[in-house]
Ligand binder design. Structure first.
Ligand SMILES: [Zn+2]
Length: 422
């Protein structure tokens, strides 16, 4: 192996992590550790040179009062975001998803033409572009300086700021009330949700709607998407605790919609309390589903953990057999989820390199354990006997693109939801 073995060096205690003592939604201190994942570096910090990176705990806690699942060790946003490089348009299918998203939101909310649509955590402006095409006024807010600058250049004005109640208030004065505010995946990444929600409430027009989308805890557990747990994702939302949270903030969750992104997500629609929209039956339906699956209780996580451990055991025994025969294993997919799987499944020493389609990732080293990232052409140069698909939710597309590899006798290993060799 050419890369260093860095796991097992212990956890670095640094100022860039703040440990929360209370529930992010209801402020209860009645919190229970329900899923302890292997500590990792920041999951997306692929680096050009193999230098030591800090490792942080990755423990999921359940609030026994409101039933909300969350990380309490919060890596500070300035560590994660100011130099953040991920661009929406580089992620498979995400731009198309945003096109449908904008259409659906406009159809449902029917805002007056030329009214203001705000996206907080707007990244490269991919979502706002679609609203702009429908003649809405748009404004993005995103702390990643370089991405904000580029988005503005490409026609979606984007302020390079961390959103807060104070910023929301001053932007309302400057730009007027917003008819739609979207937040999307950022909502799961923000520690102070009370401040952010106050900022959104303060900026919304009286009949305005706040929409956000986030991966759904029910789907995460049911579909075994445990690798979606990483430090950027500090909140693991479900409907019941959120409905109570918005109520406590003078708002009302009036509709939810399941969408397939990120292994299963939910789109939440919220208005100011007393707003014009009726609460749909979907809200209660999903609360009932969550209750029947026990996801507001520790039991659901105990079962989840057992399934994760079983998946790890099965995979390691397969990989150890392969290595015992002197055969080689590469991996496919250099994303944030890969880091969680590599660390939790103890794969560092078991993978010779990682392949990724994104040229910006090629030539870099994986976070912490520094496995080299190579291009798909390297499959045919290095000819690994097996490729473990870390990006397992996309395995069909990957296999279609690399039919030549299997034709030449190579085999793909799909680790989840059930271990398969194809
Ligand atoms: Zn709580």
């Amino acid at each position: 192996m050419s890369h260093d073995m860095k796991s097992g060096e212990g956890i670095d205690v640094l100022d860039d992590v703040i440990r929360r003592e209370d529930c992010r939604l209801c402020q209860s201190k009645n919190l229970k550790l329900v899923l302890k994942l292997e500590p990792t570096p920041l999951a997306d910090s692929y680096i050009p040179e193999a230098t030591k990176q800090s490792i942080y705990p990755l423990d999921l806690y359940l609030c026994e009062d409101c039933g909300f699942t969350q990380l309490l060790d919060v890596v500070q946003p300035q560590v994660i975001y100011f130099d953040y490089l991920f661009e929406t348009k580089t992620s498979l299918g995400l731009v198309e998803h945003f096109g449908r998203y904008a259409d659906e939101v406009l159809q449902k909310i029917k805002p007056a033409q030329d009214s203001l649509v705000v996206d907080i955590g707007s990244n490269d402006g991919s979502l706002l572009q679609f609203f702009k095409k429908q003649d809405m006024k748009v404004l993005g807010v995103d702390p990643a300086r370089e991405i904000a600058r580029k988005a503005t250049e490409e026609g979606v004005e984007t302020l390079a700021e961390l959103f807060s109640e104070e910023l929301g208030r001053s932007l309302r004065e400057e730009r007027g009330a917003a008819s739609i505010i979207t937040v999307n995946n950022l909502f799961a990444n923000v520690d102070n949700l009370i401040d952010m929600t106050a900022g959104i409430r303060g900026w919304l027009a009286e009949d305005g709607v706040f929409v956000f989308e986030s991966f759904y805890l029910v789907d995460q557990i049911e579909n075994m998407v445990f690798d979606f747990s990483y430090h950027e994702h500090i909140s693991y939302f479900s409907v019941k605790p959120l409905a109570a949270f918005f109520k406590s903030q003078g708002m009302e969750l009036f509709d939810v919609k399941r969408v397939p992104t990120k292994g299963g997500s939910l789109r939440y629609f919220i208005q100011i309390a007393g707003g014009p929209r009726k609460v749909t039956s979907e809200v209660q339906d999903l609360i009932d589903l969550e209750t029947s699956l026990n996801i507001h209780q520790p039991e659901a996580f105990k079962k989840f953990e057992e399934k994760i451990n079983q998946a790890k055991e099965n995979l390691l025994s397969l990989l150890d057999d392969i290595h015992a025969k002197g055969q080689t294993v590469a991996a496919y997919g250099a994303s944030a989820t890969s880091t969680t799987m590599i660390y939790h499944f103890d794969l560092t020493k078991r993978l010779s390199f990682i392949i990724d389609d994104n040229p910006q990732r090629q030539g870099l080293f994986s976070p912490g354990c520094h496995i080299p990232v190579k291009s798909p052409e390297d499959i045919y140069k290095e000819k690994p006997d097996y490729i473990l698909v870390l990006a397992w939710r996309y395995y069909k597309a990957i296999m279609t693109n690399h039919k030549n590899y299997t034709d030449e006798g190579g085999r793909f290993i799909i680790p989840l939801p059930e271990l398969e060799i194809l």
